[in-house]
Write a protein that binds this ligand. Structure first.
Ligand SMILES: [Zn+2]
Length: 284
């Protein structure tokens, strides 16, 4: 099992999604007496890896926190929530889709041929949904989490600051940290201004570390943000995907690294197209 301790009692568990390491991870925050919080439980098919980690360490999950409800982050949420009868903290625009995931699954099917790879949720019991407020702080498992609403990658995205450690769980709101590059991967319709505003908002909380589910911890939030925002601006200037790949070593590297990964394969091109369309439509 590939597990890293990334801060005090904070672990990153690699799903080894579809046999591929370093694609999707779940963060597990541990409190006193083995109480634990799972941030982004991830796809259903690879969730048994996280389950094994929980069992091996004798942990007792007390809550699930979702950065957003895209299935590579959230498909397994209901499995752990129903099993332990624990709440799922989610942005208020995402809650109803956890209860009734029909549209979520349809959207995933339009992006991938084999949706079973991430898994379609069946629907979470409504009373387990906890919708968050922007700036709200909750204490779970003896640790303090602040919810920061960060629309952009998705309108229902939130980032979560683990206050005692300064670890910010960024989901996909700060780009994706992959193959030593930070790139602005996001599904269309793309809203660059919203993404930029959310990045500024996150930096305002002065996080010490950024925790990426794709993939790993970045020790310099300011530098990571700069890299992401520069690319967000630069990518709109290329009029063909080939030119982007030729000119931006990171676009090429991430494209090549992820090409083999099901679900994620076409993301670089889709993101570039989304940015270009946003510019054309005046969403800058
Ligand atoms: Zn993602």
């Amino acid at each position: 099992m590939r597990v890293w301790r990334v801060a005090r009692d904070v672990y990153l568990v690699d799903h080894v999604f579809a046999g591929l390491p370093g694609i999707v991870g779940t963060y597990v925050v541990v409190g006193e007496g083995g109480r634990a919080v799972l941030v982004d439980p991830g796809p259903r098919s690879s969730f048994p890896t996280v389950e094994r980690f929980i069992e091996d360490r004798g942990l007792r999950p007390e809550a699930v926190i979702l950065t957003h409800i895209h299935l590579d982050h959230a498909a397994a949420a209901e499995l752990v929530a129903e099993k332990f009868d624990i709440p799922v903290y989610v942005h208020p625009r995402g809650g109803r889709h956890l209860v009734d995931p029909g549209r979520l699954c349809e959207a995933a099917k339009s992006l991938m041929s084999d949706v079973e790879l991430v898994g379609c949720p069946r629907g979470l019991r409504g009373e387990l949904v906890r919708e968050t407020r922007d700036g709200e702080v909750v204490e779970v498992a003896g640790r303090r989490f602040r919810f920061i609403h960060t629309p952009g990658h998705a309108s229902h995205h939130q980032s979560i600051l683990l206050e005692d450690e300064g670890v910010l769980f960024v989901g996909d709101s700060m780009g994706i940290f992959y193959c030593e590059c930070i790139v602005p991967l996001t599904p269309p319709p793309t809203r660059p201004r919203m993404i930029r505003e959310s990045v500024e908002k996150m930096l305002g909380y002065k996080p010490r570390l950024l925790a990426y589910p794709h993939f790993g911890v970045h020790p310099d939030p300011e530098a990571a943000a700069r890299e992401m925002l520069e690319r967000l601006e630069k990518w709109t200037r290329f009029e063909s995907f080939e030119k982007l790949l030729k000119s931006d070593v990171c676009a090429r590297r991430v494209y090549e690294c992820r090409r083999e990964a099901p679900y994620f394969g076409g993301e670089v091109e889709r993101s570039w197209r989304g940015l270009r369309d946003a510019l054309r439509e005046g969403h800058v």
